[in-house]
Ligand binder design. Structure first.
Ligand SMILES: Nc1nc2c(ncn2[C@@H]2O[C@H](COP(=O)(O)OP(=O)(O)OP(=O)(O)O)[C@@H](O)[C@H]2O)c(=O)[nH]1
Ligand SMILES: [Mg+2]
Length: 304
């Protein structure tokens, strides 16, 4: 399945809502009038694209109509498509360094999909020929450690874990040492769910970062904030808040398959200016894809 089909299938609920909604609005007449443009703006807001983003993109559409006098379905659709792609900002793929250890640290609030993403990402990188070591730096619960170990078994990957309740930074230390001695090139660190306003938990994250810098100097360390798309505008608030207190380098947006609110990816990107690297499109091992702005937007909109 190509990437567009993968997104169309995964984002079926949001696609049905947005694409069908667009067609319903456009079906009244061949051209868009002011009421229809308002309806379109409302549709985008309901799909959680965000009020600011929806207003911005509809301003662009209105401006285009004013300049050209062309309010046809085709032109509105095309302008909307490009406007939404632009709102997603510069697109960046998750990069790994050649011949050097790369560290991927997964952070975020409870239940957003950090551990699942660690497992899926591990499977994908192993398939691409990388050698990965997983670190169970969520030491909060025994179940969290077991969950990562299960992914380790599924993907034939070494998992470094300590006892529940132990210091996550010590797990990170051991994971990097182990990756070194096994000549692995990627370390994926799963961490406990945490709120941005819990100082001790954010300090713990900073300590993990310090251990990475010290034990893997010069290594790329991506701190990926994992955001759950089904939490709507809350996801936007989380992303903004985490960005304030931690050095987040990029986003992973999960559960885009979960409901019709997948438009939130646009709101998050627009409000944080952070790149979205990866998209979770389901619970299965291969339901993790590179986030591609063009593909994402095309998967939401009807055919021209
Ligand atoms: N539908 C869907 N479910 C997902 C996706 N990613 C994760 N999940 C599910 O979300 C639930 C929580 O996932 P976890 O990976 O345990 O989340 P977590 O962030 O590690 O949770 P904590 O460690 O408790 O903070 C699980 O049931 C996953 O299967 C996704 O892209 N789509
Ligand atoms: Mg977890």
């Amino acid at each position: 399945m190509g990437l567009l089909d993968k997104f169309k299938t995964g984002m079926q609920k949001t696609r049905n809502f947005v694409a069908d909604g667009f067609n319903r609005i456009a079906a009244n007449m061949g051209v868009f009038d002011e009421d229809m443009l308002d309806d379109l703006e409302g549709l985008l807001i309901q799909a959680d694209v965000g009020v600011n983003a929806a207003m911005a993109v509809m301003d662009t559409v209105r401006e285009q109509i004013r300049k050209t006098g062309d309010a046809s379905r085709e032109t509105v659709l095309k302008t909307l498509e490009q406007g939404l792609i632009d709102l997603l900002g510069e697109q960046k793929a998750l990069q790994l360094d050649q011949g050097q250890l790369s560290v991927l640290l997964l952070v975020g609030v409870n239940g957003t999909g950090k551990t699942t993403t660690a497992g899926k990402l591990c499977a994908r990188l192993q398939n691409e020929g990388h050698k990965v070591v997983l670190g169970a730096a969520d030491t909060f619960r025994a179940a969290a450690i077991d969950q990562l170990k299960a992914w380790g078994e599924r993907t034939s990957t070494q998992v470094i874990a300590h006892q529940p309740g132990s210091d996550p930074a010590a797990v990170v230390f051991d994971t990097i040492q182990s990756a070194r001695s096994r000549k692995a090139d990627v370390v994926i660190l799963d961490t406990a769910g945490r709120l941005h306003n819990k100082k001790n938990l954010m300090d713990e994250l900073a300590k993990i970062r310090r251990v990475v810098s010290r034990e893997a100097p010069g290594s790329r360390c991506e701190t990926l904030l994992v955001i759950d798309a089904t939490t709507g505008q809350n996801a936007v608030m989380q992303a903004k808040a985490f960005k304030e207190v931690a050095e987040i380098t990029g986003l992973v947006i999960t559960k885009l398959d979960g409901n019709a609110k997948g438009g939130v990816a646009i709101a998050v990107a627009q409000e944080t200016n952070l790149p979205i690297y990866l998209a979770g499109l389901g619970e299965k091992i291969d339901d993790l894809e590179d986030f591609d702005s063009q593909v994402f937007v095309r998967s939401l909109l009807p055919e021209a």
